[in-house]
Design a protein around this ligand. Structure first.
Ligand SMILES: CC(C)(COP(=O)(O)OP(=O)(O)OC[C@H]1O[C@@H](n2cnc3c(N)ncnc32)[C@H](O)[C@@H]1OP(=O)(O)O)[C@@H](O)C(=O)NCCC(=O)NCCS
Length: 186
């Protein structure tokens, strides 16, 4: 069967999220989450939170996914990850998470954690595939329906210079300390 353009020529670009992205991000938030973050929440993360690292995945000029995390000492805490619905199932979530893992490594993180709804089996499968394991629960963590969260953790590969994963890169990524683009508002 012939593959469509997306499957054959797909080469998304990763870059830092800026305040100019927030309108597009909020549309994807609404499409993806029962309790979407507000534009003000994203603005605060991008401009004011010095622990926060937010990345967008772009294809043909449109934002098709994004993710973020807080990097604190040697731990990275994923806050958010979403792929635009029509772009799901194309291994883009996997690529986005790999980008975040690589970025976290560069910032010195050796472990990564996140919370996921017990009902979100798709995300859980993605995380397990990317090396995460369940480590516990947060009871009634989600305020919209009192759903429990599963806490997951992953060990990150060694990204020190010369380490086994030092060549890890998100491909078209301009992201990374000292290189590429700077975050807006800093
Ligand atoms: C979770 C999400 C980011 C996954 O992105 P995606 O690009 O569709 O996922 P990928 O195509 O990269 O799939 C990677 C893996 O995830 C799992 N997965 C993805 N879609 C799946 C589906 N429909 N059913 C079961 N597993 C699925 C599989 O393990 C898959 O690996 P495989 O293809 O080798 O089986 C996306 O579904 C999304 O944006 N969901 C809404 C927001 C959300 O729930 N975010 C997570 C909050 S914790």
């Amino acid at each position: 069967m012939a593959k469509n353009k997306l499957e054959t020529e797909f080469s998304p670009v990763f870059r830092r999220m800026t305040v100019e992205d927030i309108d597009q991000i909020c549309i994807i938030e609404e499409e993806s989450f029962s309790s979407p973050w507000t534009a003000a929440a994203f603005y605060n993360e991008i401009v004011n939170n010095h622990f926060a690292q937010y990345v967008v995945m772009e294809w043909e000029g449109q934002v098709i996914g994004y993710g973020g995390m807080w990097t604190i000492i040697d731990e990275a805490h994923i806050t958010n990850i979403a792929i635009r619905p029509q772009f799901r199932g194309k291994r883009l979530g996997e690529r986005l998470l790999l980008e975040l893992q690589t970025l976290a490594c560069f910032y010195g993180a050796v472990k990564m954690t996140l919370e996921v709804r017990v009902s979100n089996k798709i995300a859980q499968r993605l995380y397990e595939k990317m090396g995460f394991s369940a480590a516990g629960f947060r009871k009634a963590y989600y305020s919209d329906n009192q759903e429990d969260a599963i806490i997951m953790w992953a060990d990150l590969p060694d990204c020190s210079p010369g380490g086994p994963s030092s060549g890890l890169s998100g491909g078209n990524s301009g992201i990374g300390p000292g290189g590429g683009r700077k975050r807006a508002g800093r």
